[in-house]
Structures are given as structure tokens and as C-alpha cells.
Design a protein around this ligand. Structure first.
Ligand code: SF4
Length: 451
């Protein structure tokens, strides 16, 4: 296994305080990843093999999307399936043929759930036989609530994609772009992480400005456009929750991982670009200026949050990167809750967090893995932070107790990567503060005075 520049985890442990609680916290089930992945991979179809519980969750969590004929469906298990009276193979074949006939996708993803785990349905065993029979690729991902949290669903799907051998249709990687004089000759670089296409273009362009050519993205816009992944290629992640995908690319595909902070916030984006440049021996050009320009644009939002405190209850694994960006913007972070912490994959991000805290001369926040929401609510009551980033279960009850909250799930669906989207992150963070400021005025003028 190769990891470009080992991260000094030993040094980090001394200074960052990690704790682990009971894991009694709210988060979305990882099967929710179908919501953004079916939109990202345009020629896919997602079949979630589970029970009505999973169906109810998807139906509710995805809101209005369910009325737009989405390319996902539930294969709902019945008594007969659970007691093995029906043949799993025949049932799945029937459903997949129906999907093929009605939607004609280029790939079907089977999403395993808690039930398929517990009854030990052999999805990985059935898929290879069935895909030959129906002549359609089937990718199996176990995105269940027993093992994973929310965004880690994407990780299981991308890890499953990364395991598939290069198909004949995979795009050939050009070693060099000839059209651009600026570009340097380097080994292929593949970026992984599902982000909206405009953001893909922005990040690709930022690297192109440095003379670095992106050979492909995992996932690509279409399944048939998946990049060729060969031994010795460089890979780099854009999302903090893709540690299994990173491991699969390193171990199975023998790729070299560039361990960089994640391109969230202008500081993170610059550090991400600089790390990639460093690996390819490129001197980064104009990044300081670019970063300064973005900070300049963020001034108004920063004036709203400077010196304010924030508490992350933790449910989507974006917490470390967001906390680091908010600290750089002048906020004080009391606690970073996070469902799962891969200190190796997030090593560079942790180092940047440490550096940012030193720069700002504030203590490094405690990182609580697998938090306990009951304990957290107690701590919130004691600390009374200016903002709590949390799930919908706690948002309204906390608001009713006079504590500002921001719904964490929005960070997963908003565009938060790259230089230009930094403003969107602060827009989200400051929204409850701005709204409550306005309401205070309205409250005192229109309601309190009249009483
Ligand atoms: S936690 Fe398990 S049972 Fe619940 S929705 Fe997720 S996969 Fe289905």
C-alpha cells in the first residue's frame, strides 16, 4: 500500500483530543446516498433491497424528489423472502428485467440494507451470474444502517465501483494535453467523490491552471464513461467520508493516494491544490492571490460570525473540514461530533485544523467520535453556543429553547467545494443568525409592543 507522504499521526494525537461516546446519535441512513448518486450517474438505476422501513425513510427523506420519477426503487422483501421460501435469484432477476425493460439503464446498483445483512442474502454471489444472464452490469454496495452513517453510503458505492475491473468502454487516459502549453507531463490523476458537474468543472479548471490534467472522475457523469484506473495512477479525494474508496484504490488497484485537506473553504481549496502541485513537482501559481480575493468577498458574512461559538453535533462526516473553515473565519468551535473518524485518510485535514487553531490562537476543539446526543444536549445547555449544527430531530426543540441551529443535512446537498462556493457555506451558516436578528426586531416592534 502506498500513501504519498505519511501523515504524522503520532504528533497529532498529543495535541488533538479525541474521545469516543456511545454512538447514540441521529443521522440519515446511508441508503439516502441514492438521492444524489442517481442524479450524478445519469445512466444508472438504484435498487434498494430492503423492507418497508427503508422505503418509508427514503420516501420521507427525499421529499419532493419522489414525484419526479426518480431512477431508484425498493425491492421490498416479503415473508417468503425472509424465510427462504422464494428464490432470491429468481425474484431479483424478475425485478432487474423489469427495470431493464422500463428504464434501459447502463448499470443497476443493488443497495444492501440491514435486513439483507441479517438474513445473509448473498447479493455479491448472485450479481455476477445475473449480470451475465441479463447482459447488464450489476454493482453491489452494502450501504446499511448497521455499519455506516449517512454519507458513508456514497463511500460503499464508490468503493464497489473502484473494485470493478476497467471495462472496454472505459475512457483512455491521455498522458498529456497537447493543446495547452502550460500543462506538464505527469502520471494520470483521478479524483474521487460525487460532486455536482459545475463543481467538477471548477476544480478541474483550477488544476488545469496549475498545468495539471485530471484524467477522470470517480464517479463520472455516465457509468459508461468511468475512467481507466491502472497501477501507479495517482488518486485524490474531494470528500472527507471516502476512506473505504481510498483504501480500495490503494490496495486493490495499486494507486497512490494523495493525502490532502479537502477543498472546502478557500483555505482548504488552496491547501488541496498545493498538495497536488507538490506531488507532481509543480510550483503553485497565483493561489495566494486567489485565496485573498475570496476572503475579501466573504467579509460581510465573516463580520456576522466573528467571535461567535459553534457546536457540531455530528452526523455527516463533513464536520472537521467545516469546523476548520469556520475557525479560519473567526468562529470558536466548542465540540466537533463526528460519526466516524479515519485519522489516516483525514490526516492532512486534521493537521490543517491544528495549524488553523494555532494561527488563530484558540484551543483545538475536542473531537467526539460516535457522539451521544443526550450528553451533547447537556453540554449544549451548559455552554450555550451561538450556533448548533445538528439534524432535524434536535433543531426545533433547541430553537424553542433559544439556541440558534443550522440543519446539518443542507451541507451535504449544497455546493460547498472550491473557491467560488465558499460563500455558499457561510451563507448557510449565517442564515439562522441573520433570520433571528430580523425576528428579534419584528418581535419587539410588532408583538411585544402591542401586548
Ligand atoms: S437503517 Fe437499515 S432498516 Fe433502516 S432504513 Fe437504513 S437500511 Fe433500512
Amino acid at each position: 500500500m502506498t500513501l504519498v507522504k505519511q501523515v504524522g499521526n503520532e504528533d497529532l494525537k498529543e495535541e488533538i483530543n479525541f474521545e469516543c461516546e456511545t454512538g447514540n446519535y441521529h443521522t440519515f441512513c446511508p441508503i439516502s446516498c441514492v438521492a444524489w448518486l442517481y442524479q450524478k450517474i445519469e445512466d444508472s438505476f438504484f435498487l434498494v433491497i430492503g423492507t418497508k422501513t427503508c422505503g418509508y425513510f427514503l420516501q420521507n427523506a427525499l421529499g419532493v424528489m419522489i414525484f419526479a420519477e426518480p431512477r431508484y426503487a425498493m425491492a421490498e422483501l416479503e415473508e417468503g423472502d425472509i424465510s427462504a421460501q422464494l428464490s432470491d435469484y429468481e425474484e431479483l432477476k424478475r425485478l432487474c428485467l423489469q427495470v431493464k425493460r422500463d428504464r434501459n439503464p447502463s448499470v443497476i446498483f443493488w443497495i444492501g440494507t440491514c435486513t439483507t445483512e441479517i438474513i445473509k442474502m448473498d447479493l455479491e454471489g448472485i450479481a455476477p451470474k445475473l449480470e451475465v444472464e441479463i447482459n447488464l452490469p450489476i454493482v453491489v454496495a452494502r450501504a446499511n444502517g448497521l455499519d455506516y452513517a449517512f454519507t458513508q453510503g456514497e463511500d460503499t458505492v464508490l468503493a464497489a465501483l473502484a473494485q470493478r475491473p476497467n471495462s472496454k468502454q472505459s475512457k483512455n487516459i491521455e498522458l498529456k494535453t497537447t493543446s495547452d502549453e502550460n500543462s506538464i507531463e505527469h502520471l494520470p490523476l483521478i479524483l474521487f467523490g460525487s460532486i455536482p458537474d459545475p463543481v467538477v468543472n471548477q476544480l478541474t479548471l483550477e488544476l488545469k491552471k496549475q498545468g495539471i490534467h485530471v484524467s477522470g472522475w470517480l464517479p463520472s457523469k455516465r457509468y459508461t464513461d468511468l475512467p481507466l484506473i491502472n497501477e501507479g495512477n495517482y488518486v485524490c479525494g474531494v470528500n472527507p467520508y471516502l476512506s473505504r474508496t481510498a483504501t480500495t484504490l490503494m490496495r486493490r488497484r495499486k494507486c497512490k493516494l494523495i493525502g490532502a485537506p479537502f477543498p472546502i473553504g478557500p483555505d482548504g481549496t488552496r491547501a488541496w491544490l498545493e498538495k497536488i502541485c507538490m506531488v507532481f513537482g509543480v510550483e503553485p501559481k497565483g493561489l495566494q492571490k486567489r485565496e485573498d480575493e475570496v476572503w475579501e468577498k466573504l467579509k460581510y458574512y465573516i463580520s456576522l460570525i466573528d467571535g461567535k461559538s459553534v457546536f457540531f453535533m455530528g452526523d455527516n462526516l463533513l464536520e472537521i473540514s467545516l469546523a476548520r473553515f469556520l475557525i479560519k473565519s473567526g468562529m470558536i468551535v466548542f465540540e466537533i461530533g463526528i460519526p466516524y473518524m479515519d485519522k489516516r485518510y483525514q490526516g492532512a485535514e486534521l493537521q490543517l485544523l491544528q495549524k488553523t487553531c494555532k494561527e488563530k490562537n484558540i484551543p483545538i476543539p475536542i473531537i467526539i467520535e460516535k457522539p451521544d446526543n443526550y450528553n451533547q444536549v447537556d453540554r449544549i445547555r451548559d455552554m450555550r453556543p451561538d450556533l448548533v449544527i445538528t439534524g432535524m430531530a434536535h433543531a426545533n426543540p433547541l430553537e424553542a429553547r433559544g439556541i440558534n441551529t443550522k440543519w446539518s443535512v443542507e451541507f451535504t446537498f449544497a455546493q460547498i467545494h472550491g473557491f467560488t462556493n465558499a460563500i455558499d457555506v457561510l451563507e448557510l451558516v449565517t442564515r439562522p443568525l441573520r433570520r433571528n436578528q430580523k425576528l428579534e426586531k419584528v418581535g419587539s416592534q410588532r408583538y411585544t409592543d402591542r401586548r
